[in-house]
Ligand binder design. Structure first.
Ligand code: PLP
Length: 325
């Protein structure tokens, strides 16, 4: 099955894709009042497994809290609904898109009278920037658009509204023939791509922008920091001027959609020798080995979907750290 087919979970029921509709007067359509997640289920050597589903759902609940959205569903109910949706569609591997949004009641800026609705979509989604991007890398530009300033749009929330900014960054890049744009924050420091976090390497140290640089707290970002440390690299979360990218030995994007994608040039300046570098290669290898269960799941990041498939021993580890509200 692919995008546009199968079942979607909506407020407690599984409905056909074509029937999963909302009214045009729904608050979210007019005011961007949605928060959502993007996670992946991988077809691993040991069965179908969601990668860090708990961390994604924790961020979903955090995003909803920031926007004062009260879900009528518990954390466990949303979690179980995600697994139910994957199973109903019989996916071995898929992208998972839970969304919490202000629905249909009245149309004023005040969202409180509108219901808080929940839907979960799943579809098959391969390499986001194309399969070649994973090996050859991508050409990107620094965007003329900045990320939202602190205390304007909360960047710790993965809200639909933030993606108006992402669309501007992405469209500008596409129109000018680049794969992606990298935004600076409003102080001029490196922030992130339109839908991915940014890492660079210089003299064997791995750098990424801190949360204060208007970045989304990416689940892949946090996974890469752990994997890099497991491999013995020093990882620094630091404010960086844009020219740090130009003189980097390596640079790469990370995110659920792009996974680990090397960056081979920025503003037409080659990064390193313009090819995937050795540290990017090592991180990519560690990441794909982990999500494909080719190595032991030492962090408890895999949650198997179908009955009879193995349960990661440490799943409880990550879950325990997740506030169940
Ligand atoms: C703006 C932005 N930054 C970073 C990321 C990466 O986050 P994650 O690794 O949780 O997918 C995403 C993807 O959702 C994003 O949209």
């Amino acid at each position: 099955m692919s995008f546009g087919t199968g079942k979607i979970w909506m407020n407690g029921s599984l409905v056909d894709w074509k029937d999963a509709t909302i009214h045009v007067a729904s608050h979210v359509v007019h005011y961007g009042s949605g928060v959502f997640e993007g996670a992946r289920c991988y077809s691993t050597q040991r069965g179908s497994a969601c990668f860090r589903l708990d961390a994604h759902l924790r961020r979903l609940f955090d995003s909803a809290k920031i926007y004062r959205m009260e879900l009528t569903l518990s954390y466990d109910e949303v979690h179980d609904a995600v697994l139910e949706t994957i199973r109903a569609n019989e996916y071995k591997a898929c992208y998972i898109r839970p969304i919490v949004y202000r629905g249909y009641h009245t149309l004023g800026v005040n969202p409180f009278p509108c219901p808080v609705d929940v839907a979960i979509l799943t579809w098959e989604w391969g390499a986001y920037l194309g399969q070649d991007a994973l090996t050859q890398g991508v050409d990107v530009r620094i965007s003329s658009w900045a990320r939202a300033a602190a205390n304007t749009f909360p960047t710790l929330a993965k809200s639909s509204a933030n993606y108006a900014n992402s669309q501007l960054i992405k469209m500008e890049a596409v129109v000018e023939g680049y794969s992606e744009g990298i935004a600076l924050d409003t102080n001029g420091y490196l922030s992130e791509g339109s839908g991915q976090n940014l890492f660079l390497v210089r003299d064997n140290t791995i750098y990424t922008s801190p949360l204060a640089a208007s970045v989304l707290p990416g689940i892949t970002r946090s996974s890469v920091i752990s994997l890099a440390q497991d491999l013995g690299f020093r990882v620094a979360e630091e404010m960086m001027p844009r020219e740090m990218l130009y003189i980097a030995d390596e640079a790469f994007f990370v995110g659920t959609a792009v996974e680990i994608t090397p960056i081979r040039s920025v503003d037409k300046i080659s990064i390193g020798n313009g090819r995937r570098g050795p540290i990017t290669d090592a991180i990519q290898q560690a990441f794909f080995d982990t999500v494909n269960a080719a190595v032991p799941d030492r962090h408890g990041w895999l949650e198997y979907v179908y009955p009879g498939e193995p349960r990661a021993e440490a799943v409880a580890g990550e879950r325990a750290a997740t506030a169940k509200k």
